[in-house]
Design a protein around this ligand. Structure first.
Ligand code: SIN
Ligand code: CO
Length: 376
């Protein structure tokens, strides 16, 4: 976001500035904005969503409920699955719609007042009348944008977060409505993490969820250790020239424990390691993501097309920057400071058009050949 952007009142935040939203609502309380996106709702039809749910590269789920029993089926689905669905009591959810739909990726850009590093993806759901995924809470922040149809959102300030036992998804055992809103196409509801909520379709409806990831400390810890494990380089080896005779050969002696503890003290990290880990971890494509490689281009051809039409990140690409390290799809590249303005444009806006140095053009060419970029 630009400096002017920070001071601008955003219509899709009901006239709040991004700063006001962050201060008063983000991770704190819900915000309903009527007609945040007037006219929104026809970028995807229920049939097109079902089509996406049949594709190999999309992560889709069908949540079914009958007489209080919940079931989840995971996609990709054969087309016939949708012909055999009951009239009521289900919901189809497709993750990563921004990977398939330019309008989806453009919609995410409207939320760039939240750092890209926090962004997860765009999920779109469809439910027939009365359908939904039940009362629950999420561990991430989400903006729920009503697409086609209407949905009744109930939120609860309850602290009782007990879940239905044995259900294949998190369903709250009790739900006490504190507030409810009937939303229509273009209405936007922001929910902070762990706020109990329940969305019920009123007639067939589609909801677009702009989700922000918040990894658990445990997830960050295990991923960071895996990152360190691959890069660790410790000198020397275990040695015990002062070995003393032990009365029990099976005992791990305190001296041995001390020697190993000293060796392990060389496992160290600093903030640069944390930054590098974060960049790689947060841009790493999910396992099902595949980049289509184009016919490779040489530097001259690439440069002339770059200058003529500019480049955009592929819908599936994730790009972040920390200092002079640029991360794209799980790879880290150190760049010179004068390369940064161009690359920052690409990372912030997902496209750029500028004359850039041969070194930057060569880097972009490699990314283009890997399928990470497209010409605009
Ligand atoms: C949905 O779109 O049905 C699910 C959104 C949610 O409650 O998190
Ligand atoms: Co939810």
């Amino acid at each position: 976001m630009t400096v002017q952007g920070v001071l601008m009142k955003l219509p899709h935040l009901g006239g709040l500035t991004a700063r006001q939203f962050l201060r008063e609502y983000w991770q704190k309380k819900p915000l309903l904005v009527r007609q945040a996106f007037p006219g929104f709702g026809d970028a995807l039809t229920p049939n097109e969503l079902a089509g996406l749910a049949c594709e190999e590269g999309a992560q889709s789920r069908l949540v079914l409920e009958s007489r209080g029993k919940w079931r989840v089926e995971y996609g990709p689905f054969p087309e016939e699955r949708f012909a055999r669905l009951p009239k009521k009591g289900w919901s189809l959810l497709v993750q990563g719609v921004n990977h398939f739909l330019t309008e989806g990726a453009d919609l995410l850009q409207r939320f760039d007042f939240i750092p890209t590093a926090r962004l997860d993806d765009l999920m779109v759901s469809f439910a027939p009348d009365g359908g939904g995924v039940g009362p629950h809470f999420d561990s991430y922040d989400v903006f729920l944008l009503q697409g086609y149809g209407k949905r009744l959102w109930r939120v609860s300030e309850q602290t009782d977060m007990a879940l239905v036992e044995g259900a294949p998804l998190r369903i709250l055992r009790h739900f006490e409505t504190s507030q409810e809103w009937l939303v229509e196409p273009g209405d936007l509801l922001y929910l902070p993490p762990r706020l109990a909520h329940w969305g019920i379709a009123v007639g067939p409806c589609m909801t677009w969820s702009i989700g922000f990831r918040a990894p658990s400390a445990q997830e960050l810890g295990t991923q960071f250790l895996a990152y360190l494990q691959e890069r660790i380089c410790l000198e020397g080896m275990y040695a015990d020239p002062d070995l003393k005779l032990q009365s029990h050969p099976s005992e791990i002696s305190p001296q041995m424990i001390d020697r190993v503890a000293r060796l392990l003290r060389d496992i160290r990290w600093n903030k640069l390691d944390v930054a590098r880990f974060l960049g790689i971890y947060l841009t790493e494509p999910k396992p099902h993501v595949v980049f289509e490689k184009p016919r490779p281009l040489g530097l001259e051809r690439f440069r002339s097309r770059l200058e003529k039409s500019g480049v955009a990140l592929d819908l599936k690409s994730r790009m972040l920057i920390s200092g002079t390290t640029v991360f794209i799809n799980g790879e880290a590249v150190e760049v010179s400071p004068d390369a940064l303005p161009c690359l920052r444009d690409l990372a912030d806006r997902r496209w750029m058009k500028a004359r850039c140095s041969v070194a930057v053009a060569e880097l972009l060419r490699q990314w283009y050949n890997a399928g990470y970029l497209k010409f605009r």
